[in-house]
Design a protein around this ligand. Structure first.
Ligand code: SF4
Length: 474
């Protein structure tokens, strides 16, 4: 994944384990396989059944943890988090899991997604005396849980979750059990696996393979599941649920070896490429994909069109993370460092370049330029998702329309700006049929809001209130 040059960033990954004697190490490996979902911070909280112990920090999982740290985190239950910042600020203080201690016990929480009413809730809680330590919307959930005050924490969590709106896949750890919960729209994926006599939970199923777990079930929208030594205890907290999982999980965010609601992500992307070839075929010599997330779609396009797939672009995996270089000129330099066009493949050829999405357009423009500099005779850009014309409020960092080139310009204007010979996007219908979710729900039970503007929840536009400028992401 190349989040820093795509301009479209994942929002976080959560992982948890219950009933394993080396919960911290298992969580470390799980987080490693979710690293593509967030590279700015990582953390693990472990329980030895008496107390919680936390370690977290800025950077990659490997930067934050080492053998000594993990050996010092003894326990049989743990939750972990990898974080990408949206609007909440990228300070250490916002790293997750967040841990809270009180006289009645401790609680740690890891959250993937974004609440849409966090600002209003936070304002209300502060008027009532709450003091917040972070600018993360996740802390709002913790305050609501603690304030609910039911004798059984499950009831407090359920009560809190009836107040928050938006996207949340949660892992919550207390001393003697773990809980997971998913918002009533199920906007983000969250699965449970079996590991020996214990359980693991993960934003993506790819983490199960790494730790030797087997897939058990997806957490369903509106479910709160308590996991302890006796097994899973499933409850619901919302009377009305309707799955609208994020389509971009299939298009771009999730790893190709993950299954999202039993659909393999690589297979879905390949189908999107096939569908794109049907909708927007072109006479050309080679098909290439922007690594890594567009390779599957490029293979599908090649298969359907009969044009050979070639490795026309390669990624240099060992350069530094360019997102710590914020200026445009450095970002441009970063693209060149990260991607190279293979002259031997593209020189003198009519190239179809498959990309999974266009956000600001700068990346695609640079890649077209790279291909031309390497001698491509023609460059035809094909995008395996529809134009992104609306912001996402559920944790993806496209928070204003002004950042979205397709919201501002026509396809012809974008083509001209990127210097391509032709440009075409996949249709919304093509996206749905390519992903292939069962057609039993309107829009196949998936969020399409950034393409269509139809949001699955209420949204609360930002105001001039100072909170709105700092709250809203992790
Ligand atoms: S608006 Fe787009 S990116 Fe956001 S959850 Fe919906 S489909 Fe995913």
């Amino acid at each position: 994944m190349l989040p820093e040059i795509k301009g479209l960033n994942e929002e976080c990954g959560v992982f948890g384990v219950w009933g394993h004697e080396d919960a911290a190490h298992i969580t470390y490996y799980g987080l490693h396989s979710l690293q593509h979902r967030g590279q700015e911070g990582a953390g693990i909280v472990v329980t030895d059944r008496n107390k919680l112990k936390i370690h977290k920090g800025m950077g990659l999982v490997n930067d934050v943890f080492n053998e000594d740290i993990l050996n010092n985190m003894q326990g049989t239950g743990a939750i972990g988090h990898v974080r990408y910042t949206t609007a909440g600020g990228s300070d250490f203080i916002n790293c997750q899991p967040l841990q809270f201690n009180s006289q009645t016990g401790s609680l740690a929480i890891a959250h993937n997604g974004n609440l849409v009413n966090a600002t209003a809730l936070k304002r209300q809680l502060e008027y009532q005396g709450s003091i917040f330590q972070t600018t993360s919307d996740t802390e709002v959930i913790a305050h609501l849980i603690k304030r609910s005050g039911y004798p059984d924490i499950r009831d407090s969590v359920k009560n809190a979750l009836t107040m928050v709106k938006g996207a949340y896949a949660l892992a919550i750890l207390v001393e003697d059990f773990m809980m997971v919960a998913l918002d009533p729209n199920g906007l983000r994926p969250l699965s449970i696996g079996k590991l020996g006599d214990g359980y693991v939970v993960s934003s993506e199923t790819c983490a199960f393979d790494i730790v030797g777990a087997t897939f058990l079930r997806e957490v369903q929208p509106g479910e709160l599941i308590l996991i302890n030594d006796e097994g899973l205890h499933i409850e619901t907290f919302s009377p009305s649920t309707k799955r609208t999982i994020c389509s971009m999980e299939y298009v771009y965010f999730a790893r190709p070896d993950s299954n999202v609601e039993e659909i393999n992500v690589h297979a879905a992307r390949k189908n999107l490429g096939k569908q794109l070839a049907i909708e927007a075929g072109i006479d050309a010599d080679v098909v290439t994909g922007v690594p890594d997330s567009s390779i599957s779609a490029a293979i599908g396009f090649a298969e359907e069109s009969g044009i050979p797939y070639e490795l026309g672009l390669i990624k240099n995996r060992y350069v530094g993370r360019t997102f710590i270089q914020p200026s445009q000129s450095l970002r441009e330099q970063g693209v060149k460092m990260k991607l190279s066009a293979v002259r031997g493949v593209v020189e003198g050829k009519r190239v179809v370049m498959i990309d999974d999405s266009i956000v600001r357009g700068t990346t695609a423009r640079r890649i077209v330029k790279l291909l031309r500099e390497a001698g491509a005779k023609e460059v035809h850009v094909r995008i395996s998702s529809p134009p992104i014309i609306n912001p996402c409020y559920y944790g993806i960092d496209t928070s204003t329309k002004g950042e979205l080139i397709a919201a501002e310009k026509s396809i012809e204007e974008i083509r001209e700006e990127m210097g391509a010979d032709s440009l075409a996007y996949l249709s919304v219908d093509g996206l749905m049929s390519g992903i292939g979710r069962p057609d039993t729900m309107e829009n196949c039970g998936q969020c399409l809001a950034c393409f269509t503007g139809t949001y699955p929840t209420e949204i609360y536009p930002a105001t001039d209130h100072p909170y709105d400028k700092v709250l809203g992401g992790k």
